[in-house]
Design a protein around this ligand. Sequence first.
Ligand SMILES: Cc1ncc(C[n+]2csc(CCOP(=O)(O)OP(=O)(O)O)c2C)c(N)n1
Length: 463
Amino acid sequence: VPLLVLTADRPPELRGTGANQTVDQIGLYGPAVRFFTEVGVPEPEAGMVAYWRSLACRAWAAAQGARPGPVHLNLAFREPLVPEEDGRPWPEPLEGRPGQRPWIDVAPRPHEPEPVELPAVERGVVVCGDGDYDPVPLLALSARTGWPLLAEPTSNARRTGALCGYRQLLAVPEFVAAHEPELVVSVGRPGLSRQLLAYLRRAARHVVVGDPAAFADPVRTATDVVGAVAAPRSADPDTAWAASWARAEAAARAAADRLLDAEEALTELRLARDLAAHLPAGSLLFAGSSMPIRDLDAVMRPRCGLRLVGNRGVSGIDGTVSTAVGAALAHQADGGGEAFALLGDLALLHDQNGLLLGPQEPRPDLAVVVVNNDGGGIFSGLEQAGHPDFERVFGTPHGVSVEQVAAVADLPYTHLEWAADLPKALLGEGLRLVEVRTDRAASARLRRALQDAVAEAVADTVR
Ligand SMILES: Cc1ncc(C[n+]2csc(CCOP(=O)(O)OP(=O)(O)O)c2C)c(N)n1
């Protein structure tokens, strides 16, 4: 995401002296930014306008470059911080170029990479990881070759033709042994599940589609990096490989549905499945880190018309409400429809203040659905689960009432319990909270039951 971060600073002569409110902001974000520079204290001299305007254009171009991303300018100011009534007039006109032309017109570098033809193998797999890219060519590749499409939710490639049960399938050793890939083609940043990463290791050849300067290869399995790919000319989608994956997918999906539909009270998994399926076309769904994004990965059915985003970079659970609000505002300013967020209770509590909006701020149309399992549910399914101090160190229950959090922010609140009530609970306008109360241990048991049910359902297909 192109982002300009402007940090205000004290002037250089006050740094390192113990002056109040002075920390070292130089290079604050380290190598995370595409470009950093310090901006000198404004001086009433001719030439400043060219300095500011050319620097602004450079920063803008760096944020929008071949690898869009954050840019940091640290701006030092000396008092007075507001113009003085009787101050001297500025010594040069502050206007830019005539006709609102930018100071520097930076032409985008053309980068339409030549597609590289992929080898004609039967046992290929297309993996779409997190990222902001057009998934349509990957869907077309999968359709043309019969290579199954394994798409993490924030790839936005989980559309018709993509698999929904791959996360469970790849955790069945017999299934994996019977489905060794000759070729993996990946795009974006895969990394939501250990089993997908382990599967990448089994590929004899792994072609990464990406920028040669910044491609994702999280388990160092890449054998080729290319800018774009084309299906082999002799591709044939009707293969035994494609049929075997399709059979397993159908069996896995049916087993998952049987298990999830057995209970009318909303479980975490069922909420993820039903929410993603129910949202109207044109919606945005922000998926919180931890189990919300993983449950979507496990059970979200392929569909069109839903834009999924999440903070996948370092999987943070802080700043989540603010990110969801910002994403909803941008989506709606862009003509998009309603927005929804699926968050854990700890993610909500980390950024409760993100629910507070000033009276003059734009208000998003955003329903924040909070899965309240009173703590960090993810750890109940990890190795930590048996630790003697589990509850205090990992579970971290807090007992905070989500209803009261909503009341503090003066927001509408709905308690949702039954699956059948989901559509009604999501109705409404503006920023609002919907709480689904769940149990961490029961949720972990259900995820294990899902895995067992899928393993059993595909046992026939791998024998
Ligand atoms: C800022 C931050 N602190 C700590 C973590 C480590 N962490 C990962 S998941 C998690 C628990 C999240 O709990 P919750 O948001 O309620 O979701 P759940 O696990 O119940 O799905 C924690 C503390 C993190 N990812 N980000």
